[in-house]
Design a binder for this molecule. Structure first.
Ligand SMILES: [Zn+2]
Length: 200
């Protein structure tokens, strides 16, 4: 049997056919919308400075071992954890605090983008020179070492002296407490009868 001769009217090319006019129209509409959106939101995009390294020490352990009363109504800066004054937020531990101050949100608040400036050859050479100078043993003399040892000894002695003074003060306080006369009846009731009188 011969094939029916009606292929002319059937789309058997499997290609999408585009109506150029229609899509041109759609593209124009989309562009207009985008333009509108841009002018509404911010205007020109904000130029941020490239990322810079920190020029300050991060203080992570100044509050280590200290006791602090925390209430939920206290201001954020006195809440438990690390407070970021730039973003006014509290981070719960040191690792997360470091993550925060290295993070996008914080750097943006400081006016920096996350992009790093590409170093030039000169900058790299300069850095190598600096590192070489730092490693040079000639810059560190015995005098420096002696000074350091002396300084450390002085610091240790100062600490010892403070400790001794604290002990003395405690002893004094105790002595004052013991001098306060205890009513023998009350003393007997509390189980240390004769405690005050034995000293007399
Ligand atoms: Zn922050």
């Amino acid at each position: 049997m011969a094939q029916p001769n009606n292929t002319a009217g059937v789309d058997n090319t499997f290609r999408r056919k585009f109506d150029k006019e229609e899509y041109l129209q759609r593209a124009r509409e989309r562009e207009e919308k985008e333009l509108e959106g841009r002018s509404k939101s911010k205007g020109p995009p904000v130029q941020r400075k490239p990322l810079k390294h920190r020029d300050y020490e991060v203080d992570l352990n100044s509050r280590l071992g200290k006791t602090q009363v925390v209430t939920p109504i206290a201001p954020l800066s006195q809440q438990a954890g690390y407070f970021c004054s730039v973003c006014e937020c509290v981070v719960k531990d040191s690792a997360n605090y470091l993550d925060h101050i290295n993070g996008k949100k914080h750097q943006r608040a400081l006016g920096m983008s996350m992009r790093v400036e590409r170093a030039s050859l000169e900058q790299v050479q300069q850095r190598f020179e600096n590192l070489k100078k730092r490693k040079d043993p000639g810059t560190f003399t015995e005098q420096d070492l002696d000074d350091r040892i002396l300084k450390q000894q002085q610091e240790e002695e100062e600490k010892k002296r403070q400790r001794r003074e604290r002990k003395k003060e405690k002893k004094k306080e105790k002595a004052v407490e013991e001098e306060i006369e205890v009513d023998p009846d009350v003393a007997a009731m509390m189980g240390f009868g004769g405690f005050g009188s034995s000293k007399k």
